[in-house]
Design a protein. Structure first.
Length: 95
């Protein structure tokens, strides 16, 4: 199994929109579900800061993840830009 972990600092007035986009029924999950190698996403809220989140994306392998990104680069970039409206920062912290 391959996991990709991102950390997000969310804008105070954008929490609900961020959760809609990144949550288990959000556009990111729907996008990733196009791949049979995608296993799911967890969205976690930091206990100490209601504006700090982590996502963990689960994939069969690094190769499957990278292949999906290459094949869907344009859509990935559009979703990423949409998410930028709700965040102060995003950082890939582990894979």
């Amino acid at each position: 199994m391959y996991r990709v972990i991102w950390e997000y600092k969310v804008k105070p007035k954008a929490v609900s929109k961020f959760e809609e986009l990144y949550g288990h029924k959000g556009e990111w999950v729907k996008f990733f579900k196009q791949s049979k190698s995608y296993q799911g996403t967890e969205l976690l809220l930091d206990d100490e800061s209601e504006l700090s989140y982590i996502t963990i994306d689960f994939w069969d392998s690094e190769e499957a993840y990278e292949h999906f990104l290459r094949e869907n680069k344009e859509k990935y970039e559009l979703l990423d830009q949409k998410g930028n409206a709700f965040t102060k920062s995003e950082k890939r912290i582990w894979a």
